[in-house]
Write a protein that binds this ligand. Structure first.
Ligand SMILES: [Zn+2]
Ligand SMILES: [Zn+2]
Length: 346
C-alpha cells in the first residue's frame, strides 16, 4: 500500500509499505477514503519540532472498516467511519468524564499513518464514529465536513466548550487557521451572540464571517487589545478561544478578558513556562488541552454535519491526491491553502 512518509525538514514522499494487520482484539483496519494535513503537521515539516525520519504521517481521516478484532462489536467490515486522532477506550475515568483525548488506555504509536491507504486503528470499538450509509451517499461538501470531525472541528468546539461559552456571550477567537475558524462555529453552536475573530487574511476573514463571526480584528498585540476593548465598551469579553499557542496569543487572550472570563486553549503551548499571575488579578480561568473528539462527534457534531447545520468542510481550500503529498504540505506551509485535503480512494 501507499503511505505518506516524512523524509526530512520540508520533504515528504509516498512510500510502499505492507498493509497493516490486526495486532490486538481491540484494533480495526481502516481503508482510508479522505485524509488531510493538519496545522500541527507544519511544525515538524518546518523543522520547528523534531520528527523521526521515515515515519508515516497524518492523524485525521474518514474511511471504511476493512476488518475488526474480536473485541470490536460496534462497527463491522464495510462500515463508513470517522477516524479521529484520539483513541478513547470509553471506559477509563478520563473517557467517562468526557475527556477521551486524555484516555488513560491509549496506546503509544497508534497516532500516525492516516495519510495512507490503510491504517491500524487502536481502541476501535468506542473511538471510531459510525457514519450512516456509504461515502457515495454524500456530496463532496458533506464528505469534507465529515472529515473535519476527525480533528479540527472537534478541536475548535473543544476551545469553545472549555472556555465555557454560554448563550448570549461575547467571545474572541484567536487564530484564523482551520481550528480557529472551526472555533467560530463552536462558539456559535454554544450560543455566543458576538464573535470577534482575530484575522489578518482576507480569505480567512471571509470564511470566519460565513461561519458566524460578527466582528474582525486584524491587529495584533496591544493594538488588538485596544480594538477589542473599544468593541466591548471597555468591558472585555466573556470567553476567549485561544487557537494559536504562542506566548503573545495567550497574553493577548488574558488582556481582552473581562474579570472572571475563561480562556479555552487548544493551541499547543510553544513555550514550556507561563506566568499565571495575571490570571489571578482578574479572576481569569485558563483551561483547554487535547480535544474530546469521539465524545463531541457522538454528542452533537456528527448530527450537525449530517443536517448541514454546520459546514466546517469549507476550511479545505485545496485538494490533492495522495501521490502529491509534498504539494499538499507546501500549500499549507506557504499559506496558499487554509487546509489541504488529501484524496486517498473513492
Ligand atoms: Zn490535526
Ligand atoms: Zn479511556
Amino acid at each position: 500500500m501507499k503511505v505518506a512518509t516524512f523524509i526530512e525538514t520540508g520533504k515528504m514522499t509516498v512510500t510502499e509499505a505492507p498493509v497493516p494487520e490486526i495486532q490486538k482484539d481491540t484494533d480495526a483496519i481502516i481503508k482510508i477514503v479522505r485524509a488531510c494535513v493538519c496545522g500541527s503537521d507544519l511544525w515538524w515539516f518546518r523543522g520547528i519540532s523534531k520528527r523521526e525520519p521515515n515515519s508515516y504521517t497524518g492523524h485525521e481521516a474518514i474511511g471504511i472498516v476493512e476488518t475488526v478484532g474480536n473485541a470490536v462489536t460496534s462497527v463491522k467490515s464495510g462500515d463508513f467511519v470517522i477516524v479521529p486522532f484520539t483513541h478513547g477506550c470509553g471506559k477509563c475515568a478520563a473517557c467517562r468524564a468526557g475527556f477521551d483525548g486524555n484516555c488513560t488506555n491509549m496506546e503509544p504509536g497508534g497516532n500516525a499513518g492516516y495519510q495512507g491507504e490503510y491504517l491500524r486503528f487502536t481502541n476501535a470499538d468506542w473511538a471510531l464514529i459510525k457514519i450512516p450509509g456509504q461515502p457515495s451517499d454524500y456530496s463532496d461538501d458533506v464528505l469534507n465536513s465529515l472529515l473535519t470531525l476527525a480533528d479540527v472541528m472537534a478541536t475548535g468546539y473543544h476551545a469553545a466548550k472549555t472556555a465555557e461559552v454560554k448563550a448570549g456571550n461575547t467571545v474572541v477567537v484567536m487564530g484564523d487557521g482551520a481550528v480557529g475558524l472551526c472555533g467560530v462555529i463552536g462558539a456559535k453552536l454554544l450560543g455566543a451572540t458576538r464573535i470577534i475573530a482575530m484575522s489578518r487574511h482576507a480569505d480567512r476573514q471571509a470564511l470566519a464571517k460565513e461561519f458566524g463571526a460578527t466582528d474582525i480584528v486584524a491587529e495584533r498585540g496591544d493594538e488588538a487589545v485596544e480594538k477589542v476593548m473599544a468593541l466591548t465598551n471597555g468591558a472585555g469579553v466573556d470567553a476567549v478561544l485561544e487557537c494559536v499557542g504562542t506566548e503573545q496569543s495567550v497574553e493577548t487572550a488574558v488582556n481582552v478578558c473581562r474579570p472572571g472570563a475563561v480562556i479555552g486553549r487548544v493551541g499547543v503551548p510553544q513555550k514550556t513556562e507561563m506566568n499565571t499571575n495575571a490570571l489571578f488579578w482578574k479572576n481569569i480561568g485558563l483551561r483547554g488541552g487535547i480535544a474530546s473528539v469521539t465524545t463531541y462527534d457522538k454528542e452533537l457534531l456528527l448530527d450537525a454535519v449530517l443536517t448541514e447545520k454546520i459546514n466546517p468542510g469549507k476550511v479545505f481550500t485545496k485538494r490533492f491526491n495522495l501521490d502529491d503529498i509534498q504539494a499538499a504540505y507546501e500549500a499549507m506551509d506557504k499559506r496558499e491553502a487554509i487546509k489541504s485535503l488529501v484524496i486517498v480512494s473513492e
